[in-house]
Write a protein that binds this ligand. Structure first.
Ligand SMILES: Cc1cc2nc3c(=O)[nH]c(=O)nc-3n(C[C@H](O)[C@H](O)[C@H](O)COP(=O)(O)OP(=O)(O)OC[C@H]3O[C@@H](n4cnc5c(N)ncnc54)[C@H](O)[C@@H]3O)c2cc1C
Length: 386
């Protein structure tokens, strides 16, 4: 069996797998090591909203490249990409002002968006409460993916059609510098070598280089998520639906001229603030609707302090708020889960070079399904050119 590659990626989430994709596109031989039987971390626990519209201008560029990459792969192999657009629904005058300003910024950036009247929103999003919606901002280019399918299908595509060597159920334990590059030792007796190694470990800070993570500004975020039972076949809710609190939270809006003033007026003593809740909807392919989410934080070194409990009060609060926005035919739930991702407090992503041959990239935060494909394209080129 082959044991030498140009590149080894450790971690088979979306960030690691898109590094693989671009390395293969560059003609490199690549192996990926994933500790679980199949990836089951943040990359499978999310909404699957690919929303460059929500990002600041730096990351919107990566997100827009990601959109092209998702669509290109989808045209070759079904990785569950659907292009149904993204809508931001404003619930009051301040939020209307923010979406109008974001629309203008996107016009200047040549990124397609359309303002919708309240009546247009209500007509296009079945069950939307006309008392909640004041206006909407729609991004037609944006897509969704199925988080529990996309990464597995993408890896299947890369293995069968692009020559990726995939090790699953194998934990990388050590990266050792050798004359020609790096030797990676892993569980199950796996020992492979490569010129370069990129570690995309998500929120696993205990196995490789824990000392670096302990000293970093990385933190782990815990999110509560819910999914309804499939809605009746006649009911459809297209694309990604983001509402007022997302308008007040997403990075894109921080670049709007009125953002600071509007934020300064917010009441800080609310349950929404305490639990970091904003309300998003996405209909999955089986007709169910994914609902969420809430946010709790712990520094990387204290990540074990995050409780593993599902706080029922938070779920009930979120469901109540969802019902004020969209009257789904059923709010009966089929799943609840807790998702975790890693993010940096001060930087947009964590990058560390151990020596010129071992690179760590993680902490992409809540933007990984949107930003990874585009970011990895640029990042892999920097690493390879070094
Ligand atoms: C609830 C929730 C909702 C979200 N919604 C969205 C959304 O709608 N849109 C969006 O853009 N983003 C969203 N995100 C963020 C997105 O899911 C993450 O940014 C992204 O999945 C992070 O990918 P990753 O590859 O860095 O990490 P992960 O998905 O955690 O992958 C890391 C992988 O590395 C493996 N690993 C770690 N250490 C080792 C080792 N030593 N050896 C072998 N394997 C190892 C792990 O098993 C894991 O599979 C959401 C996240 C959550 C939790």
């Amino acid at each position: 069996m082959r044991t030498k590659y140009d590149l080894i990626i450790i971690g088979g989430g979306v960030l690691g797998t898109f590094h693989v994709y671009h390395a293969l596109q560059l003609g490199l031989s690549v192996a990926i090591i994933e500790k679980d039987k199949a990836p089951r971390s943040a990359t499978t626990q999310n909404f699957g909203q690919v929303v460059p519209s929500g990002m600041n201008s730096k990351w919107q560029k990566y997100g827009r490249t990601s959109l092209e990459i998702y669509k290109t792969i989808q045209s070759d192999f079904d990785i569950s990409v659907r292009q149904n657009g993204t809508i931001y629904i404003a619930s009051n005058q301040e939020e209307v002002q923010l979406i109008e300003e974001l629309h203008k910024l996107n016009q200047e950036n040549s990124y397609s968006s359309r303002l919708l009247t309240k009546e247009e929103c209500v007509a296009q999003y079945s069950g939307l409460n006309p008392k909640y919606a004041r206006a909407g901002l729609y991004f037609p280019e944006e897509v969704t993916v199925e988080p529990r399918q996309m990464i597995h299908r993408l890896q299947e595509y890369l293995v069968n059609q692009k020559g990726l060597k995939l090790y699953t159920g194998v934990t990388a334990l050590e990266c050792k510098r050798i004359a020609e590059g790096v030797r990676v030792s892993a569980t199950k007796g796996v020992q492979i070598e490569a010129t370069k190694v990129i570690i995309c470990n998500g929120k696993d800070f205990k196995t490789l280089y824990p000392e670096h993570f302990e000293q970093s500004d990385l933190e782990v975020v815990k999110l509560q998520m819910m999914q309804t039972k499939p809605q009746p076949k006649t009911y459809t809710l297209k694309g990604s639906i983001l509402t007022g609190w997302s308008i007040r939270r997403y990075e894109a809006f921080t670049e709007c001229p009125s953002f600071k003033e509007i934020k300064a007026n917010e009441d800080q003593n609310t349950l929404q603030k305490e639990w970091g809740v904003h309300i998003l909807f996405k209909q999955a392919v089986d007709g169910s609707v994914i609902l969420g989410d809430s946010h709790e934080y712990a520094a990387a070194k204290d990540a074990d302090d995050l409780s593993f409990d599902h706080d029922i009060a938070i779920d009930e609060f979120m469901i109540e708020e969802c019902k004020k926005i969209i009257a789904l035919p059923t709010y009966e739930l089929q799943h609840k889960w807790i998702g975790y991702y890693a993010q940096c407090k001060k930087q947009d992503v964590y990058l560390k070079t151990i020596d010129d041959h071992v690179h760590i990239v993680t902490g992409i935060g809540g933007k990984g399904m949107t930003g990874s494909a585009g970011f990895a394209k640029e990042h892999i080129q920097k690493i390879i050119n070094k």
